[in-house]
Design a protein around this ligand. Sequence first.
Ligand code: NAD
Length: 493
Amino acid sequence: MTRNYDHFIDGGWSAPAGGAYFESTNPATLAVLYSAARGSKADVDRAVAAARAAFENPLWRDLSQTKRGHLLRRLGDLVGENAEELARMETEDNGKLLREMRGQLATLPEYFYYYAGLADKVQGSQIPTTNPAILNYTQREPLGVVGAITPWNSPLTLTTSKLAPALAAGNTIVIKPSEYTSRTVLRLAELAAEAGFPDGVVNVVTGLGAEAGAALVDHPGIAKISFTGSTATGSAIAASAASRFIGTTLELGGKSPNIVFEDANVANAAMGVVAGIFAAAGQTCIAGSRVFAHRSVYDELLERVAQRAGSIVIGDPLQDSTELGPLAFAAQQEKVDSYVELGVSEGATVLTGGGRPKIGLPGYFYAPTVLTDVDNSMRVVREEIFGPVAAIMPFDTEEEVLQLANDTQYGLAAGVWTQNLARAHRMSRRLEAGTVWVNTYRAMSPMSPRQGFKSSGVGIEHGMESMHEYTRLKSVWINTDEGPVADPFVMRS
Ligand code: NAD
């Protein structure tokens, strides 16, 4: 008998109004793990009402910023103490390697500590005026109830990237996690209650995107939507938010270039290409799915990448020796497979991989795949596949590869492999991507702001800048001159 998880609303478990639950399965074994409440508009209404009441409750509203920081620090401690349990849950839910999830959980407390440290640095400033009797200052206020909608590929990290700055700035939150990975986000809400956050500050409504997700986006009580997921969903959310003039932070899809120059350390670059597209089975927004190699090192890079791709250990993500786990659910596997077939029909050659490997597990596995004979006109090069599929292309000049790399609707990340310092800076300046890595890939930290350019997003996550995304700026004017008003028809400053 598997567990039925209810929503987490107002500090405790809350059964779904409609009484319905949906199952979550392990993508490696296809075993049913648990069921989660299928949220409806009524559940979202309840959660938003609890979050609004908590926002106005002096227990939270009047809590000092220093004490808000203490609560975040305590939550970080609890996440650290429960890291092994949380890492295992994530691996069982989405098939990512336990090794990788342990790594993510090892650094996750740092996200809470970073925003704990920033909580008492949310402040305005005094503005100079032309009239010495007038005092003008700004203050940064929380927005109210934040709606957070997150994907399945790194559920806790991507939820924390919203939760921690939103709480540090004094907001309350309703989170709708992905229907494929509800459990760890519910556990996080439980830990937030244990840390001492007042009831209603952190709420989780589980369910499907078109139901619970849409109800949250459209709810009039939400002051801001913070979303991580696909560009198509992000676009619909942006339209709904715009109609009500509420702000959004949108972290969306990518088709990131990973560029290897003739002066690169090709052995390291090949490992960077492998890390960029085969780590997490390519199911990362920052996947380096378009690889450009200078023609003089193209054959060598191809050979090294194909050799490593061919020797990747595919299997049970709970095993330490495994390097590639399953895709997260059946539709993901079908999508990746159909893209590879499409690539072949467009003229691509499958150098390695290209199919479902036979490994004795029933899950949604897909072999690491390298496509050659591809170019920017093909859909496999233009569209996000979100799987372990690299398209590798040769180039001749720096200017040419800049044009090719920037010729995409996306602008999330880019990799550059070169030993030439001047070139590294030139490329970083001209690449249209919110994050550029030189001689590394997938580096990330709560301290470093990241933003998707073009169709990859709106707004900033991580860093001080992200906390400001969860505040509004008020300008206060105070006249210290108590004398008579000389002329009511002339504005004073
Ligand atoms: P998705 O857009 O299908 O779903 C994301 C979330 O939105 C889920 O919780 C889903 O239930 C919800 N949702 C779906 N339809 C909705 C609707 N109409 N209204 C409200 N909510 C709705 O994306 P996914 O498949 O879960 O995640 C993969 C995508 O996320 C990829 O495109 C990937 O690039 C992107 N991603 C981006 C980042 C980033 O930081 N830029 C990080 C991770 C993933």
